[in-house]
Ligand binder design. Sequence first.
Ligand code: MG
Length: 381
Amino acid sequence: MIKISVLGSTGSIGTQVLDVCKRIKDHISVIALGAQNNADLLIKQINEFKPKYACIGNGALYDYVKENIPEDTKLVSDEEGFLTLTEIEADKIIISIAGFPGFFPTLRAIELRKTVCLASKEVLVAGGHIVTEYAKKYNVPILPIDSEHSAIFQCLQGNDKREIKKLILTASGGAFRDKSIEELSKVTYKEALNHPTWKMGKKVTIDSATLMNKGLEIIEAKWLFGVEADQIDVLLHRESIIHSMVEFKDRAVIAQLGRADMRVPIQYSLLYPHRIENGLESLDLRAFGSLNFGYIDYKKFPCLKIAFEVLKEGGNIPCIMNAADDACVKLFMEEKIGFLDIPRIIEENISSYTKTKAPSINELINLDKEVKAKIYEKYNY
Ligand code: MG
């Protein structure tokens, strides 16, 4: 029985983690659940899974949650509460809280030598240098939940990382893959939320429409697999069936395939290296007939190009890109900026800073706040 602690249990990934736990309930025991603000769903989950511990990030909701859960669940709150959820007797810590609140729990879990299943992109994008150094120091594995990285991780099993020639990340192209630049200038956030192949949270769906999601993922890939920018390639693949591939030095290419269902990479991270029956639908390639591949149009989707440059720069620059993107997605969803303003504002912010090498966590947290505040002020948000 693997004991897990789920930090961010009410989001898109968190709810799917719990669905997987129900499917393989003889193997996984949920001993802690934590959520930032969604008290009602957290209460429902606590009553269903009866974890020993729970955390509500927003301390103002503590009493409300406390009144509605069984007495044997120990409830904690605020940022320290999330740290508590990593310190209990869990074997694996699932980090699926959005943004910087995921940072300290990730580091704490590593210090305590607990396996981290990582879904939060910001942790690696902004602070990859810190997290990977920690993981190396304490010899703790970081298991990726993101489908592309899980695919690469699976392709690497039994192979030597030093023999990688190239990582090939696939991209569906997002909601606007067939639109012209002219059309892109008029698209709305509601259209952006129509992802062609995946059902995901709003932020990542908008990021998929700009291709910034793939931009964040190439940076994640650098840190998870220790490769350089010129060893990462992005391939347009409309059906989202091949989740990513690895080309080795001998030119052999290994791919991982499956239906576009996050529960598969989630389960792999929970049970790694084992695979067991889960009752999910099988992939039937006959139903697709053919799979399509193509080039990314960097003129239409400059965010990915920006991300490649940012990946080469490193230091504080990925944190600035990540913060600016986060702010831009919020502004776009409030209809305060247009779709094509997103890459423009991100680039503008990146070029307004000078590069610093290896920033500390506190420097990153402050930088994140500063960049967002500057953008919100400029666009009256
Ligand atoms: Mg992904």
